[in-house]
Design a protein around this ligand. Sequence first.
Ligand code: BG6
Length: 470
Amino acid sequence: MLHKKLKPFPENFLWGASTSAYQVEGANLEDGKGPSCQDVKKVPEGTSELDVCADQYHRYKEDVALMAEMGFKVYRFSISWSRILPKGTGEVNPKGIEYYNNLIDECLKYNIIPLVTMFHFDMPAALDERGSWGNPDSVNWFLEFARTMYENFGDRVKYWLTINEQNMLTLVGPMIGTLHLPEGCTNVLKEIYQQNHHMLVAQAKAMALCHEMLPGAKIGPAPNIALIYPNSNKPEDTIAAQNMNAVRNWLYLDMAVYGKYNNLVWAYLEENDACPEFHEGDAEALANGHPDFIGFNYYSTGTVTASDGTEEGGGDQQNSRGLPGMAKNVKNPNLMKTEFGWEIDPIGFRNTLREVYGRYRLPIIITENGLGAYDTLTEDGKVHDPYRIRYYQEHIKQMRLAITDDVEMMGYCPWSAVDLISTHEGMKKRYGFIYVDRDEFDLKTLNRYRKDSFYWYKKVIATNGEDLSE
Ligand code: BG6
């Protein structure tokens, strides 16, 4: 659709940015915090441990002040489950509650709305030992955690996100360091989709509990959505794209919104003897959880051709290797790539927004979008990152076109507010508007520096997205 006139960003549009606890906080075993699966995993060779990260635990005041200087309306961060409940259930850690109270109050001091992700890749290690999401009790563990957060922070936190990128936990868990398999597991796909099922039920119950305990608060999911293109106009490529879209994307949003398994996904699971078992009350719980909005992370699209049955599966968040019997992933020659090999598709952002809104008709907030790159701090304390500015210019332009297409947008939280540790590519893969002075293994000063993109984003926010110029 070629528009003659663009609609403006809505008044009160929520401009901000995101982080997650295990990637930004550090202090990973301090003040009573229990270890999470991220603290006990073996990090990929050549990448930093997750013990110090960006040290936000000790520097949150400085970070929030810098976000306020950029004009943030919202800050999306996650709460570390094992900082609040060191063993995952039972005893509450008062120091953990105090930390998040301080962080929330610091945001509110500058009129920054806290948008809290309840779970971002960091299962308490004590619960991993009890079977992680494979244990049917995991639904109740998560509800206890949710209740603890609602009780302690619900007076001030009005926007909640349930589980970050549940689709990536399911599809590429080993890459992120989250997949826990029971010893001797013989049907891995079934086990993974049983874990996935427990997460879906936990999410639905947490949404219902939020509405019961915190009237007026809003809650939504936060999967990683990437529209999948057919590689050609061969009809069988469209079948492959439908398959991949269903398994990668729609399963999660259909469940969050309609409480039902996507039919293509169910057929795929049946075919592979991997259908999850429903426990008593699961169907009702899934039907009773309703999101108020859709949050999703967008980095790129994907492209597939028909499956020839030899696909390997696996990969990382944006580089899937395909799904055996469903679709084969191929490169898209029309797209550029980041230095870390992820395709860049700003028009795909508009495509994805149009598709998601058309399917679910709920307001959308983008909970992640960004460019991982090598940045350099100059001797005079500057970081020139025009590549990041260009990336955002193009994506924000496309978001505005989507708004003009009548997609209801609530906000935009790129990844990330502050440099932090990547899921599997270390500190060198930087995303922030705020540079953190440390290397992969040398912690240096951990001081903060404003990148060029910091000043640029400040202007974008001040003009409510009107001025994207450099
Ligand atoms: C998303 C995650 O997958 O992408 C973040 O929610 C992650 O936790 C981000 O950091 C970027 O991915 P990566 O692998 O470059 O850190």
